[in-house]
Design a protein around this ligand. Structure first.
Ligand code: UT7
Length: 337
């Protein structure tokens, strides 16, 4: 587990945001029309009303490319000035090469190191931690972190317990070197994983344990999840990682201006903030419109919060994620465009 307070002279700052979601909107009514479910069940158990699905000709990198361009536009930064491009994803185009390498080429980031991070829905926080480490160590000045996921192709369209949850999208942030003495930026990170719970959320086929070249049962080619176990884990770690990161950076819960959590399920977020005693008015959610977009969900919500005027410069923002692995991550950042 990593729980650190950043003390480097060269602070890493969160300086720009961007997002892309596919046009196709899939509503709860679309599921009700073809399977045994109801809008009431989906909304009351998850808070989700609609999600976006990619076009058949799009792969994950196509979403990442659009989001990466949006972040660079927001920053006014030429692609050639990107030193590293990190793509947190667990639904890549291929096992290899990375989505990041394909994306870097497409956007013209020809001077960038490029790699993916596989920490599932915690991936964006993990990616920010790597970007911060690269910047604060002096290895890089501009690091682009773009969470990109295309879950609609990897959930079983006939499994009502998973297919209603996930959506497609990509969103990201630019992490840049601040001036010496800056107090803005990332104040610290809390990251962790518990692989003893790996079997609770996984996609069995396609890796080396069950290669796609060998015979397999149909359901093994799709996301498998023990929803109740993941729910229990998520509510527990959201609370624990929040307590640890606040302690690490020396802040109290009331010092946080805005909380953006992984948008998996409204009930998980409500449960966790209730236990933390966190003011619901300081929490931004958009799971209702996009479902669970995994590594893209936190930057997508952060970007929407900024567009809506909810995220404002200087705000102390808490980001919290959890997901397959099972993994978790949290950071506190002062947003300074
Ligand atoms: O990024 C992390 C990703 N994963 C998560 O965030 C998932 C965390 N878990 C959850 O969000 C919840 O566990 C779910 C929303 C997935 C499920 O809610 P639940 O309250 O835990 O339901 P359950 O799995 O205990 O199932 C209750 C019932 C079952 O029927 P029986 O066995 O009691 O007759 C399910 O078959 O609900 C049934 N069910 C549905 N009914 C209508 C499951 N999916 C549906 C559905 N519509 N879509």
């Amino acid at each position: 587990m990593i729980a650190v307070r950043s003390r480097a002279p060269q602070r890493a700052r969160l300086s720009a945001l961007g997002a892309y979601v596919p046009e196709q909107v899939v509503t709860n009514a679309d599921f009700v029309a073809r399977m045994d479910t109801t809008d009431e069940w989906i909304v009351s158990r998850t808070g989700i009303r609609e999600r976006r699905y990619a076009r058949p000709d799009q792969a994950t990198s196509d979403l990442a490319i659009e989001a990466a361009r949006a972040v660079l536009d927001d920053a006014g930064l030429p692609a050639a000035d990107v030193d590293a491009l990190i793509v947190p994803t667990c639904t890549p185009d291929h096992l290899f090469p990375s989505v990041a390498a394909i994306t870097a080429d497409a956007i013209g980031a020809h001077n960038a190191a490029a790699f993916d991070i596989e920490a599932a829905c915690s991936g964006f926080i993990y990616g920010l931690s790597q970007a911060t480490a690269l910047v604060e160590s002096g290895f890089a000045r501009n690091v682009l972190v773009v969470g990109a996921e295309l879950f609609s192709r990897l959930v079983d369209p006939d499994d009502r317990s998973t297919c209603i949850l996930f959506g497609d999208g990509a969103a990201g942030a630019l992490v840049t070197a601040g001036d010496p003495g800056d107090t803005d930026g990332f104040l610290g990170f809390d990251l962790g994983a518990d692989g003893s719970l790996a079997c609770e959320l996984l996609l069995p086929v396609g890796g080396t344990r069950q290669p796609a070249s060998q015979p397999f049962a149909r359901e093994a080619a799709y996301v498998q999840m023990n929803g109740r176990e993941v729910f229990r884990f998520a509510t527990r770690v959201m609370e624990e990682t929040t307590v640890r990161i606040l302690e690490a950076v020396g802040l109290g819960i009331d010092d946080i201006d805005l909380l953006v959590a992984h948008q998996a399920n409204q009930r998980i977020i409500d449960h966790a903030i209730g236990r933390l005693g966190f003011d619901p008015a300081k929490v931004f959610n958009n799971v209702e419109h996009y479902g669970n977009t995994s590594a893209a969900s936190i930057p997508l919500a952060l970007w929407e919060a900024r567009q809506a005027g909810v995220l404002r410069p200087g705000m102390q923002t808490l980001l919290v994620g959890f997901g397959a692995g099972l993994t978790w991550g949290a950071t506190v950042v002062r947003y300074e465009p």
